[in-house]
Design a protein. Structure first.
Ligand SMILES: Cc1cc2nc3c(=O)[nH]c(=O)nc-3n(C[C@H](O)[C@H](O)[C@H](O)COP(=O)(O)O)c2cc1C
Ligand code: SF4
Ligand code: SF4
Ligand code: SF4
Ligand code: FES
Lengths: 594, 729
């Protein structure tokens, strides 16, 4: 029997991996020195989700959670905690709002509001060891699907589960599989979309890094459902760790007879290959992705025909997102009913979000559908840092829209989110505080979209570029009456006439900011004023003497020595020296600079 | 057949499944604007101008890429549709440079036309020109990609129609453009300057390089390209009486569809070359301008005099495979009927015609029609010592498209060519080893057949050509290894095989045997005389087949009938009401020899240059100097016209009416596009006048009349019979 009594689950996800190897090294040395090597095992896990606090470590089985571990802290942990049983309090998590110290992971709000299904293994298994996965019921779903279920039953179970595609469009997964299973043909393909091109999104990467076998298992079940024998995972080249772990996982699955010929002795053959994508955002679009695997330029083509009829190499194909597939094994294992027990009428199960922007707890969270956005931002996310006001949260990245304060109580639900002009999207969630200029924000996304437009169809190629130009002009103080109307008109053209999803959703950030923050646009255009004080060209770089507290913070930080200030005097900016770097704006706590 | 019923603009329509909404609308006279759609290209859905709305769902869709579905109720011009279309065009225009006035596309610009249709004068958007440098270093194509609207037609033409792969999209989004690899200039890419992209480009982004004009030609007429045996349909744009540009005529039934090759598309050199514009008579040893009357009078009296003095064998006629059918027919008729000699030949195509004759003999004329389309849609093609890309470029497009669609190409050639890369098997053979090679491949396929059928069937035993072949010897002779020979046979195994070859196979001593062997191979694979196969002989000149059909040969009468065949001769004697000598006339080579010896006194050369086609130019010159009388009817001045006693200026193919019979056996009729320069005349007209002077009673006063005679007297060309090929206008 193993002598191991304690496991140190050290996060080795991309966010923590900058320092965690160093930490691990010291741990190994210290454990050796203290003679604990036999009893205490270090496990390098996939992303834990709490990236702001990295590197993080969970001590099992007690559930003690350490954050921001530095190599120099390690001897203390080993000595005090592991040897003497006295957890090191200074490395505990401190709740920002209440300043309360919380020792165990389950008590931390960041974790307690979450519901882990897709990420149930995160931080608990070594993703490079298939036995770890199997020990947590891994491949039981695949075994059940292959040995006990007909393809029809698999599809039925998927339909009951109510699982919808997590890649953005939210198409019911069971239905998609049903279409492909009914398409005639001997050769069919199962594809996994791991292109994840949304700026700020890293859900799929983390899943692949933390639990690659879950995705493989999902693909095996999908293959069985449509009778496919070949699968591809289309992964971004920029995800080397994910690709490495997938490669290892595929290798191990083959060795265990879970991939390849005659899987689990059922006579069913299926194998998976990784295709490294060149990284254009549009390659995440399904038809472009398939063309790219075919070795051609990743350019979308019109549908119909749909991939379920004619996909990769003109054969019936299903394409699913990483998160979608990672949900599948448990649905099969526990049943569709179990899965649909969580969520709202039309949105079942859980959803993973990548929480980022102006929020205290940046990281990956998995929440049950139906939870309110407010809970995510304020309870899990810990609210807005620096005592600033919340302004809006952007859902769905560049294809999505923003949700302002007044709608923050809506539940996470495909339809409810769409009603307020945003989309569930793939899970990007960017929180913005009062200092965010919404015109500038729209411009940022439009810049991304026009740059990523493949250029095939006119409305998207010309239109998104034109939207960007107009937004640029507005932000530069060159906005003119009629610009808002042009933005609206062109947005509607692009939305309704573009060929693929990129163009069809591209104007969303413009439309949703216009919907909730039209006054900001108007201030820019008519008053040449940026209310959030972000648009440099619209700032005067003057100090309001009434608001100035005469603290001199601006004076001290100005890199150009352009500010004159004496104790108890109002500061003054010398415009001829000012380089418009915005430092003083950030340093002034009183909003006196305009 | 299954049909789908739907409504478009309140009109009930039914059409076959798979039809796009756009096509369904077009077939019913409903117009939808398009920019990226082209019937020869795969639907693409890029410009989004063809948007329509389904009233049932409110969905907008690009009609060119959306198939009809039952119960659709389509509106092609709802307010939303119109608004979107206008905006799309506004966006294009606002990105466009303001150079319409000096743009080569002129009034043919489709962007301008559509903007006008939609009533867009000003875009009301600030202009955002997308400047790209002008590229015009090459001889043929000007690329001004600032004007590109990214319809992708050029790229798709390059990939789908001519299968070259010289251009593709570069970058992404707004700055994306069609470009060569590494954005090299065209001449540094593998571009073949076929100009297909140019003729499909809707804007002035791609235009032919021309020195004569800018803008829209005054008028356009159709003709048939006379630069090779494919016989592409062309539309010629005319400014004044100058051909300003050539483009494919986009007739769907044409050989070439939307493609052309560099020779036909950009005949700058040809158009620029100095022309003969006036009859010339040698006076005091120097050629001097003369009237038509005087010149033709001299030609007829001198020829008749010489015949009287030395007999009909002293007069000879060298015609050309570039003559159209009417000229060729009339020319040989002058020789046979009015001068009573069989001394008539068209030497340039001698080898090609020899191959055709062999095929004809062996198949009893069952293999005369070989539509190129079969190369694209068949099973397998065996290319033997031929370079279609060089010789008949547009035919090579068929082969390349076929290869992309899964037609297996097997190629045996002494050198690699462009098609090598498209071949499933390539054999680099020794020159003149074709016969051995076919025997090898035949033997490998034969063995199979024989064993499959238990033992050789009587039919098989007959095919003894392949039955006992020493494969090692074959490999040695052809210079190929056994594996590649087997591989080639494997590719062909079990497939219907078409053959493509050229006149080079006749260079070998056993050339005729090679043709036989090819026919055997086709017969053995059950490919001979079938609907989906063909035996293609490349044709360098535009009317090699026609010249043969018209009897422009010393030993063959019109309709591919042998002079030595008594009943055939009888038929023509009755038709023409003359007596025909059964003796074969002089071939061109023999004519020169007889001239050397002083036996040949008079020579009439029509559109041919003996210096180019016979080996020893010095010898030819001496022989020609030995003649008493030489007439040259041509379009360009040169050494030959310098030597002639009479020079008759004729017309280029686009300056006259007539018909060509292309390498497929397709007869194509054309009208003159412009008049010949100066006093030059259409060649049939010159020959027609001459027949009158030589004593023919019926005047040949229109090309139509000659055509009718051909149709009447040559069974292959008879309009009622239609056994051979329809005359295509
Ligand atoms: C421009 C564009 C980019 C996309 N990028 C991704 C992506 O990175 N990952 C992804 O899973 N889906 C992406 N999608 C959605 C896919 O096209 C497709 O709907 C999805 O992969 C289907 O899987 P699902 O049904 O499991 O969501 C993108 C769509 C568009 C239009
Ligand atoms: S919408 Fe944009 S990305 Fe999609 S096909 Fe059109 S140009 Fe390309
Ligand atoms: S160059 Fe002409 S044909 Fe080619 S994409 Fe541009 S507009 Fe279309
Ligand atoms: S292929 Fe022949 S007929 Fe066609 S354009 Fe070229 S030269 Fe003319
Ligand atoms: S013609 Fe249909 S999209 Fe261009």
């Amino acid at each position: 029997m193993s002598k191991i009594r304690t496991q140190l689950m050290l996060c080795g996800g991309t966010g923590c991996s900058a320092t965690s190897p160093a930490v691990r090294e010291v741990f190994e040395k210290e454990l050796e020195r203290q003679g604990l090597s036999e009893e205490v095992q270090i496990v390098e896990t996939g992303c834990n989700g709490f990236c702001t606090l990295g590197p993080v470590m969970l001590v099992q089985p007690e559930g003690i959670f350490y954050q921001k571990i530095k190599p120099k802290d390690v001897p203390e942990i080993v000595e005090e905690h592991l040897l003497k049983g006295r957890p090191v309090e200074k490395l505990f998590y401190v709740e920002p709002a209440s300043e309360e110290t919380i020792p165990t992971m389950n008590e931390i709000p960041f974790f307690s509001h979450q519901m882990l299904r897709v990420m149930r293994n995160k931080g608990l298994i070594d993703p490079e060891v298939i036995d770890d996965y199997i020990a947590r019921d891994g491949y039981f779903g695949a075994a059940k699907a292959l040995q006990e279920m007909t393809p029809g039953q698999i599809i039925e179970e998927m339909k009951i589960s109510g699982l919808r595609g997590r890649g953005g469009a939210g198409f019911p997964t069971g239905l998609k599989w049903e279409f492909a299973s009914k398409s005639p043909g001997d050769i069919k393909y199962v594809l996994c979309n791991a292109d994840e091109g949304d700026p700020g999104a890293f859900m799929d990467r983390s899943i692949l890094e933390a639990d690659p076998h879950a995705v493989l298992e999902g693909m095996i079940i999908a293959a069985r459902a449509i009778n496919s024998h070949k699968g591809y995972i289309y992964a971004r080249t920029e995800y080397p760790l994910a690709i490495r772990r997938l490669t290892i996982a595929i290798q191990q699955a083959r060795e265990y007879g879970l991939l390849g010929e005659d899987i689990l002795g059922t006579g069913f053959d299926f194998d998976i290959e990784i295709y490294e994508g060149a990284g254009a955002f549009v390659c995440g679009e399904e038809t472009a992705l398939m063309r790219s695997i075919e070795g051609k330029r990743g350019m979308p083509r019109p549908r119909p025909p749909f991939p379920a009829q004619k996909g990769l190499w003109e054969k019936p194909t299903i394409l699913n997102n990483v998160e979608t597939l990672a949900n599948v094994p448990q649905i099969i294992l526990n049943g569709g009913e179990w899965y649909s027990g969580v969520g709202t009428e039309t949105s079942k199960g859980t959803k993973v979000f990548a929480l980022s922007g102006d929020v205290n707890n940046i990281g990956l969270v998995e929440v049950p559908m139906g939870i309110s956005l407010r809970t995510i931002v304020f309870d899990i996310g810990g609210g807005i840092p620096n005592k600033k006001e919340f302004k809006a949260v952007q859902l769905g990245g560049p294809s999505g829209g923003c949700v302002p304060e007044q709608h923050l109580d809506i539940p996470v639900d495909y339809e409810e989110i769409a009603k307020v002009g945003a989309i569930m999207g793939s899970g990007g969630m960017i929180v913005m505080d009062e200092n965010t200029c919404m015109v500038d924000m729209a411009r940022f996304f439009m810049d991304f979209i026009q740059d990523e437009s493949c250029g095939k169809c006119t409305p998207c190629r010309e239109g998104t570029r034109r939207l960007l130009e107009i937004l640029n002009r507005i932000c530069e103080g060159k906005g003119k009456p009629g610009d808002i109307e042009d933005l609206e008109e062109l947005s509607s053209v692009i939305k309704e006439s573009a060929l693929c999803g990129l163009g069809q959703t591209g104007p969303n950030p413009v439309l949703s900011t216009l919907r909730y923050f039209r006054d900001e646009y108007e201030a820019h255009i008519y008053e040449k004023r940026c209310p959030a004080k972000r648009c440099v060209a619209l700032l005067k770089f003057e100090i309001d003497p009434d608001l100035c507290s005469k603290c001199g913070a601006c004076f001290r930080h100005c890199p150009a020595e352009a500010i004159t200030w004496k104790k108890k005097d109002v500061a003054v900016i010398q415009k001829d020296k000012c380089i418009k770097c915005m430092t003083c704006f950030e340093k002034c706590k009183f909003g006196a600079i305009f | 057949m299954e049909t789908i019923a739907l409504i478009i603009d309140n009109k009930k329509i039914s059409c076959p499944p798979g039809t796009s909404i756009l096509e369904a609308a077009q077939q019913n006279g409903i117009k939808i604007p398009t920019l990226c759609y082209h019937p020869d290209l795969k639907p693409f859905g890029a410009c989004r101008l063809c948007l329509v709305e389904d009233e049932n769902t409110g969905r907008l869709m690009a009609s060119c890429v959306t198939p009809v579905a039952p119960n659709m109720s389509i509106r092609t011009d709802s307010p939303d549709i119109k608004r979107h279309r206008r905006n799309i065009v506004r966006l294009m225009m606002a990105e466009h440079p303001e150079s319409c006035i000096v743009c080569n596309k002129g009034n043919r610009c489709q962007l301008r036309a559509i903007a006008a249709q939609l009533g867009i004068g000003e875009t009301k958007l600030y202009s955002m020109p997308n400047y790209k440098p002008l590229e015009q270093a090459n001889e043929f194509i000007v690329r001004d990609l600032s004007k590109c609207i990214l319809c992708g037609k050029c790229i798709r033409a390059d990939h789908e129609l001519v299968v070259v792969g010289a251009i593709d999209y570069n970058h992404r989004g707004f700055i994306s453009r069609p470009a060569t690899v590494h954005e090299q200039p065209l001449e540094k890419s593998n571009c073949i300057f076929c100009g297909t992209c140019v003729s499909l480009c809707p804007t002035g982004a791609l235009s032919p390089k021309t020195e004569y004009y800018v803008g829209t030609p005054e008028r356009e007429s159709r003709s048939v390209c006379g630069f090779c045996g494919v016989g592409c349909s062309v539309t010629m744009g005319v400014v004044g009486d100058q051909i300003a540009e050539v483009s494919p005529s986009h007739v769907r039934t044409s050989v070439n569809g939307s493609t052309l090759c560099v020779r036909g598309h950009f005949p700058h050199e040809f158009l620029k070359a100095e022309r003969l514009t006036q009859p010339l008579l040698r006076k005091d040893g120097e050629p001097a301008p003369a009237s038509w009357e005087e010149s033709l009078e001299i030609v007829s009296t001198r020829i008749l005099d010489i015949r009287k003095q030395y007999g009909p064998q002293s007069v000879a006629f060298i015609g050309s495979s570039e003559c159209n059918n009417e000229e060729a027919y009339l020319f040989q008729k002058i020789a046979r009927v009015l001068v009573e000699t069989n001394n008539v030949d068209n030497p340039r195509a001698a080898y090609t015609q020899a191959v055709l004759r062999r095929i004809d003999e062996k198949t009893n004329g069952r293999c005369r029609k070989n539509p190129l389309a079969r190369l694209e849609n068949g099973d397998a093609v065996f290319i033997l010592n031929a370079d279609p890309g060089e010789m008949n470029t547009v035919a090579s497009f068929y082969l390349k498209r076929g290869s992309r669609k899964g037609v297996s190409l097997v190629m045996a050639n002494p050198v690699r060519t462009e098609l090598t890369a498209f071949s499933s098997a390539f054999l680099e053979i020794r020159p003149q080893s074709e016969f051995e090679l076919i025997k090898g491949i035949g033997a490998l396929l034969y063995e199979e057949q024989a064993t499959e059928n238990g033992c050789a069937s009587p039919e098989m035993q007959q095919r003894s050509l392949f039955s006992d072949t020493d494969l090692d010897k074959v490999c040695q002779a052809a210079g190929v290894n056994m594996d590649s020979l087997k591989q080639a046979a494997n590719v062909l195994r079990g497939k219907k095989v078409s053959v493509v070859t050229g006149d080079e196979i006749m260079l070998a001593e056993n050339g005729a045997e090679t043709v036989n062997a090819l026919l055997e191979l086709m017969a053995m694979t059950q490919s001979l005389g079938k609907e989906d196969t063909g035996f293609y002989v490349l044709a360098k000149a535009c009317n090699e087949t026609g010249a043969y059909d018209m009897g422009l040969l010393p030993d063959a009468l019109p309709g591919r009938q042998l002079l030595s065949d008594d009943s055939a001769r009888k038929h023509w004697e009755d038709t023409w009401k003359v007596r025909l000598s059964p003796d074969q006339g002089l071939s061109a080579v023999r004519m020169i020899e007889e001239a050397e010896k002083g036996n040949l006194k008079a020579l009439y050369i029509l559109r041919e240059n003996p210096f180019e086609i016979l080996p020893d130019p010095d010898r030819v010159r001496k022989a020609l100097e030995n003649l008493d009388f030489m007439v040259v009817q041509d379009i360009f001045p040169g050494e030959l016209t310098e030597m002639a006693d009479v020079v008759l200026p004729g017309a280029a193919f686009f300056e006259k009416g007539g018909s060509f019979t292309n390498m497929e056996g397709r007869i194509q009729v054309f009208e003159p596009v412009v008049s010949p320069p100066g006093e030059a005349r259409q060649d049939w007209e010159i020959l027609g006048h001459l027949t009158a002077k030589l004593g023919h009673s019926e005047p040949y006063d229109s090309v139509e009349k000659i055509k009718q005679e051909i149709a009447r007297v040559i069974p292959m060309y008879s309009e009622d019979g239609r056994t051979y090929g329809d005359w295509i206008r």
